[in-house]
Ligand binder design. Structure first.
Ligand SMILES: Cc1cc2nc3c(=O)[nH]c(=O)nc-3n(C[C@H](O)[C@H](O)[C@H](O)COP(=O)(O)OP(=O)(O)OC[C@H]3O[C@@H](n4cnc5c(N)ncnc54)[C@H](O)[C@@H]3O)c2cc1C
Length: 414
């Protein structure tokens, strides 16, 4: 039997995060939804000391010089811990969760493809000083799902041995927090050869406050409104040669894109976990509110003897559980160092669709209580949809799943 039981220490940390989700995030949820792009400082102040300590311990372990015992054989618990925490924080508030000061998607990209020297150089900052953020910038006005048509360029200046980045990125989560408001970093995808398609694409670390980076616009959004989402302009942004992520094979050859794609193996289960957290929030609220009106599912009855509302609640529970189990499976594979490319796309597509449906159903079942801004159900419905869009839309992830199962190439099934 597969056990998803967590070690006692992680359970305790999760209980602490549960407290933050319930007692810190929920009470400010509406305030930061309405004050779009306003920074949730009380949440940041609460999370940063805890995350900084966790990062410090993790780095010490990775470097083998900390007091922590060396990792025995078994899963990388840090990966599982991250996923269960994302679920819990998103149950609290998915928009505020996205403002968590940490490596975020940028950190995931570094962890997935950087050399040990780069990992130390870019990740150590999350274990010291004040709060900072990481971000990742792939999407452009004319290139999202189809990132081979990316136009942002990186040209090597032979005199200074620096890369010069020029271009525009849109809808970048934590773009402003990572690049303008802290000494975090943003992993920017750019082409070194626009004729080469995907083979020319590599990822570059642009550090916070680098000259030439401009915030072109803050996006106004349907949901996750407290999250920092901006368009970025890169005007002759100079980054050191060693900031191209990956080893010698990436610098010399066309391995950059393949490496960068590895980031999604880690980031898709994280998005799925966030979706599951919102789904659980909506499901619990719907179940509790209906129970207070006397509508309680009788699991002992056959389905045809249940009311339509009871059948809906059972279907919501089933979709929620299936999404969470798929997410845990993709995460466990990663934690055991196995390939999870197929499962990462599967859980992301499944959880994005499920949370969209579950939150809409919650609003539907609750009627005016679901639609009213007095409660959070309508907000969860708006927050949910992004999980069906970023880190590859549902359609793109389903394509990846289909290609993988049927054995088709990108060219054969697009
Ligand atoms: C709030 C928010 C935050 C974001 N954060 C980030 C971030 O931090 N970093 C970043 O780089 N990007 C980010 N994005 C961008 C996001 O990842 C892209 O919007 C997404 O990948 C879709 O790409 P696109 O915008 O080019 O849409 P398109 O590719 O133009 O898609 C439009 C529609 O066409 C469908 N479609 C496209 N190609 C196919 C196909 N081959 N088969 C079937 N259907 C297809 C899509 O599924 C979609 O329904 C964010 C977006 C939002 C809204």
């Amino acid at each position: 039997m597969i056990s998803f039981d967590l070690p006692e220490k992680i359970k305790q940390e999760l209980a602490m995060v549960g407290y933050v989700a319930r007692d810190v995030m929920r009470p400010i949820s509406r305030k930061y939804d309405e004050g779009e792009h306003e920074r949730p400082q009380e949440y940041i102040d609460m999370m940063w000391p805890m995350l900084k300590e966790q990062n410090k311990a993790q780095l010490a372990k990775a470097n083998g010089n900390g007091s922590a015992k060396p990792e025995k054989t078994g899963p990388n618990w840090a990966i599982l811990r991250l996923i269960v925490m994302i679920e819990m924080l998103s149950w609290g508030d998915a928009g505020i969760y996205l403002c968590t000061p940490n490596g975020g998607l940028g950190g995931a990209a570094v962890e997935a493809v950087a050399t040990p020297e780069q990992k130390a150089r870019f990740m150590n900052r999350f274990a010291e000083g004040g709060p900072k953020w990481g971000a990742m910038a792939i999407t452009e006005p004319m290139a999202g799902s189809d990132n081979s048509s990316m136009r942002t360029t990186a040209v090597l200046d032979p005199e200074t041995n620096e890369w010069i980045l020029n271009g525009e990125k849109v809808f970048i989560t934590n773009g402003s927090l990572s690049l303008k408001e802290s000494d975090g970093f943003c992993v920017v995808w750019a082409t070194v050869d626009s004729q080469a398609g995907r083979a020319g694409i590599k990822s570059f670390v642009v550090e916070g406050r680098t000259p030439g980076v401009n915030i072109a616009k803050q996006e106004h959004k349907l949901g996750i409104r407290s999250s920092d989402t901006v368009a970025l302009h890169f005007d002759n942004v100079r980054v050191p040669y060693d900031n191209v992520l990956g080893g010698a094979e990436v610098r010399k050859g066309g391995e950059g894109f393949k490496g960068a794609m590895k980031t999604f193996d880690a980031s898709r289960p994280a998005v799925a976990a966030s979706a599951v957290g919102i789904a659980r929030a909506a499901l619990e609220f719907a179940r509790e509110t209906l129970a207070s009106e006397g509508v309680v599912v009788d699991y002992t009855k056959p389905k045809h003897k249940l009311t339509a509302v009871e059948r809906d609640l059972i279907e919501m529970e089933a979709q929620y559980k299936a999404s969470w189990l798929l997410t845990l499976r993709a995460t466990a594979q990663m934690a055991y160092g196995e390939s999870n490319r197929l499962e990462a796309s599967m859980c992301k597509a499944r959880a994005g669709a499920a949370v969209t449906w579950i939150t809409q159903k919650a609003v539907e079942l609750l009627g005016p209580l679901g639609y009213s801004r007095e409660f959070l159900a309508e907000k969860w419905m708006r927050d949910a949809k992004i999980n069906d869009i970023y880190e590859g839309t549902k359609q793109i992830n389903l394509l990846i799943v289909a290609r993988s199962i049927l054995g088709y190439s990108r060219k054969e099934l697009s």
